[in-house]
Design a binder for this molecule. Structure first.
Ligand code: PHE
Length: 346
């Protein structure tokens, strides 16, 4: 029996097409390679040496096949895809191994935050990511042409839809939803968690997309002391230690009076001047809040002679940054694994 170079060439071609899906070690054990070795045994002695030499050359070549650079390069992962987009196109996509994922620190912290409010008797509601002029402005006591509309750097679509600049866009919906409950004698107590969007300059403390937790509480005889007490109780639970708080007058069209709320830095001694969390300022401004404006109650169909209420809205990132000494808000969305792994997962 005679062999031809084609036997080796054909074997090489078929190994080459399998190269994408198999490692060199697997290829060396494949049937195409095995049949060449089988062939050696059947050859006349004078052909064995030459053939064996060429098969060995092929073996060495296959052993040296590494994955090409393009395959080794890390392709950006589409995180919204439930499968591994790095899989080569000639293979079926594999579902991502769930054991390799972990909950993002912002989401796990948001879970702890809403859980504290749930324990305090609040219901938890989701906000929206697209809204309209009525909920962003009108229902919140910003009539058309109100100058304070310009204070909000909102993103708008050509059709006039709005990416909400704060979770206060939900106040009117929540009050309407729980109005009957209020009238039957049970207060409205809700927290609303969700994303907010602002067209502003980005820096270590500002992102165009961030998360807020809004609170809405309405009942008979509600006043500012209840608001401050509620937030102080929450913060003590969240940080696991007593914090001092202060409110200073501010302006929002949808609350009257309105306040800016600050707390003492939970991490530095009063005399320290180089605290990484507050930079030695000691007071950290955390959120806007106030007593819900009578016009806002009225717009939601609530009797503003009988009921009063308070609302607040704080940034989740700011709170999580304080708790974990994170110096730059942009880390959250950076996708940097060395950042994310500090908070568990793999
Ligand atoms: N929505 C305001 C903000 O984003 C905060 C706020 C909420 C103020 C509720 C008053 C009442 O700055």
């Amino acid at each position: 029996m005679n062999y031809t170079f084609d036997d080796i060439k054909n074997a090489r071609n078929s190994l080459f097409t399998e190269k994408e899906s198999k490692t060199p070690a697997q290829l060396l054990k494949s049937p195409a390679m095995g049949s060449l070795f089988e062939l050696i045994k059947t050859l006349p002695n004078d052909q064995k040496a030459q053939f064996g030499k060429e098969v060995n050359e092929l073996r060495r070549e296959v052993a040296s096949w590494e994955e090409s650079e393009a395959e080794l390069a890390v392709t950006p992962i589409d995180v919204s895809a439930p499968w591994d987009v790095n899989t080569h196109s000639d293979k079926r996509p594999r579902f991502l191994d769930q054991s390799l994922g972990s909950v993002h620190v912002l989401m796990s912290e948001l879970g702890s935050i809403t859980e504290i409010f749930e324990r305090m008797g609040f219901v938890v509601e989701d906000s929206r990511q697209i809204d309209d002029d009525y909920h962003m402005f009108e229902s919140l006591n910003f009539p058309l042409g109100h100058p304070a509309r310009d204070d909000w750097d909102t993103f708008m679509t050509d059709e006039g839809l709005i990416a909400p600049a704060h979770t206060s866009t939900m106040q009117n919906r929540i009050m309407k939803k729980y109005k009957e409950q209020l009238e039957s004698g049970e207060p409205i107590a809700a927290v609303i968690a969700g994303r907010a969007f602002r067209n502003e300059d980005l820096d270590t403390r500002h992102e165009h997309t961030f998360h807020q937790v809004e609170g809405v509480y309405v009942d008979e005889g509600v006043q500012v002391g209840h608001l401050v007490g509620t937030i102080k109780t929450f913060l003590t639970d969240y940080f696991g230690k007593q914090v001092d708080v202060k409110i200073t007058p501010f302006y929002f069209p949808f609350t009257e009076p309105s306040f800016e709320f600050s707390l003492t830095c939970p991490f530095c001694a009063p005399e320290s001047s180089n605290c990484p969390v507050c930079g030695g300022e000691h007071w950290i401004e955390l959120m806007g809040m106030g007593m819900i404006h009578p016009n806002v109650l009225k717009e939601a169909g609530i009797d503003n002679e009988k009921y009063t209420g308070f609302a607040w809205g704080f940034g989740v990132e700011r709170l999580v940054m304080m708790k974990n000494s994170i110096e730059d808000i942009r880390h959250f969305n950076s996708g940097k694994l060395e950042f994310l792994r500090q908070f568990g997962g793999n």
